[in-house]
Write a protein that binds this ligand. Structure first.
Ligand code: NAP
Ligand code: MG
Length: 489
């Protein structure tokens, strides 16, 4: 994915000077005081400004002014498209620097930061830019002497609060459709990953997005995130993160201005492998890739492997072999396949899930060892549905294997969770594929694949994985209101 050698990435990292302020009204403000450390080695890579209520107020006020009186919502959609395309072009120009910032701040392997995350972000902004001038309003046939117009109006100020695992993709999925629709935005990145977001903000100004259209505030969730959630001038709050914090945002909205809250939350996604899978080895390889990709720090990770008893040992042996072959290492080494966990507290949390699996009686097949800030790819089999490792989201490289005897049992097991983000089934039988997909309560069901997607298809969850959809034209609905204008002729 990258031709740049390891030494070169390290040299570039040493010379990097990240932006450290808040980005408000087109400018950086505030002085850096809070350290951001790299999960590579724990070393401080920057000191960033940290927002209290007054800094959040200033960012929201800038977005409010830009929406209420600024040019952005009043531009022809084609002009917003042009500005967003310029922004995407600058992100492409700086993609190596931004990938490096992501890799340093949250530990994603550089080849994936560059080849997966940057590509996704650029693609997302271009996609919504192109959509901006292709939306049509409606005029229902009311008849008589009247004319009804049904138009989509931008909702106003959108606040986005996002996690660290795909720091820019999660942000772009919200910011790009919001800006394309004519809204203005305030982003609060996760404390672990503010630097890549700030670089994006600098490029938005360079691209000529008017001041106040895209603002970034840093700071702890309990302070800056909460201030956005409770803010009377925020019209829509778009959140990606844990189910627990999602609940807070619903309360903040209820206790303030009833702003709309869109939630993309956690998951415990089932991956069902039936004996008639078209290629059992491919199914096993994908199961392993899926749970260890991004060190398992994936909301959609296929963390429950449900495998038919008749093929379980063959499939699990292969998953274990894949786990043991994975190259863990320094995220700046282009050959690294799995980096460290994002932080020491998160590392400790994942280890406590591993401990719980052991004490609940699951059988450890491989992994669970610690090497610095890494946790070796871990597989537990003989997992029973009531065990904590079968129920709790780990957000780390830990797979739970459960066996079943029949398709109905697999469906019951799969749906036996509070979550409903994603699921998969592997089978060659057309009606089994449809019957199982239809029975699975999940926002996405993959058949004979995992993690496939496209900007044109929606992404999001059901049950306690949240509601509302990112990606696709449907996401524009979250950032627009329908307005009816009735005219007597
Ligand atoms: P998190 O703890 O929920 O934090 C997410 C964001 O919310 C961060 O910006 C955080 O700020 C902020 N926050 C924390 N506490 C808050 C509070 N009391 N009020 C307002 N904001 C608050 O999640 P995370 O640890 O960053 O990410 C892991 C979780 O995200 C997992 O559960 C995962 O499944 C989920 N996730 C879901 C998706 C999806 O699309 N469905 C995608 C990725 C991740 P700080 O950084 O300052 O704490
Ligand atoms: Mg956090």
């Amino acid at each position: 994915m990258t031709d740049v050698p390891y030494e070169e990435w390290r040299a570039r990292a040493a010379g990097l000077v990240p932006h450290t302020g808040h980005h408000v009204d087109g400018e950086f403000t505030g002085t850096g005081s809070t350290p951001v450390s790299s999960p590579r080695d724990g070393k401080t890579i920057a000191h960033i400004a940290s927002a209290g209520r007054s800094e959040v107020d200033a960012a929201v006020a800038a977005a409010r002014r830009a929406f209420d009186t600024g040019p952005w919502p009043r531009l022809a959609p084609a002009e917003r498209k042009a500005a967003l395309l310029r922004w995407a072009g600058l992100i492409e120009r700086d993609r190596s620097t931004i990938a490096l910032l992501i890799s340093l701040e949250m530990g994603k392997p550089i080849s994936e930061a560059l080849g997966i995350e940057l590509r996704a972000v650029i693609n997302c902004i271009r996609w919504y830019a192109e959509a901006a001038d292709k939306q049509l309003d409606e005029s229902p046939r009311t008849g008589g002497s009247s004319l009804a117009l049904v138009t989509r109006e931008p909702v106003g100020v959108v606040a986005a609060v996002v996690p660290w695992n795909f720091p820019l993709t999660m942000a772009a999925w919200k910011i790009a459709p919001a800006l394309a629709a004519g809204c203005t935005a305030v982003l609060k990145p996760a404390e672990e990953s503010p630097l890549s977001a700030l670089h994006l903000a600098a490029l938005s100004a360079e691209a000529g997005l008017p001041p106040g259209v895209f603002n970034v505030v840093n700071g702890p969730g309990e302070v800056a995130g909460r201030a956005l959630g409770e803010h009377p001038s925020v019209d829509v709050l778009a959140f990606t993160g844990s189910t627990e914090v999602g609940r807070h945002f619903l309360r903040y909205a209820a206790d303030s201005n009833l702003k709309r809250v869109w939630l993309e939350l956690g998951g415990k996604s089932p991956n069902i492998i039936l004996p008639d899978a078209p290629d059992l080895d491919a199914a096993a390889d994908t199961a392993a890739w899926g749970i260890f990709f991004n060190a398992g720090e994936m909301c959609t990770a296929p963390s429950r492997l449900l495998v038919h008893r008749s093929i379980a040992s063959r499939v699990v042996d292969r998953v274990v072999a894949r786990a043991e072959a994975l190259r863990t290492g320094d995220p700046l080494d282009p050959s690294t396949e799995m980096g460290p966990l994002v932080s020491l507290p998160h590392h400790a949390r994942v280890m406590s899930h591993i401990q719980a699996a052991k004490s609940d009686g699951a059988r450890l097949r491989t992994g669970a060892t610690v090497d610095g800030r890494h946790i070796a790819p871990t597989v537990f089999d003989q997992v029973k549905p009531g065990m904590r490792i079968a129920r709790d989201e780990v957000f780390g490289p830990v797979l739970a294997v459960l066996e079943f005897d029949g398709v109905d049992e697999a469906i019951t097991l799969a749906n036996d969770t509070d979550y409903g983000l994603a699921a998969a089934v592997w089978t060659s039988d057309l009606s089994t594929a449809h019957r199982v997909s239809r029975s699975l309560r999940a926002g996405t069901v993959w058949v004979n694949c995992y993690e496939e997607g496209d900007m044109s298809v929606p992404f999001g969850g059901v049950k306690q994985s949240g509601h509302g959809r990112d990606k696709s034209l449907h996401a524009l609905d979250k950032y627009t209101d329908l307005k009816t204008t009735w005219i007597e002729l």
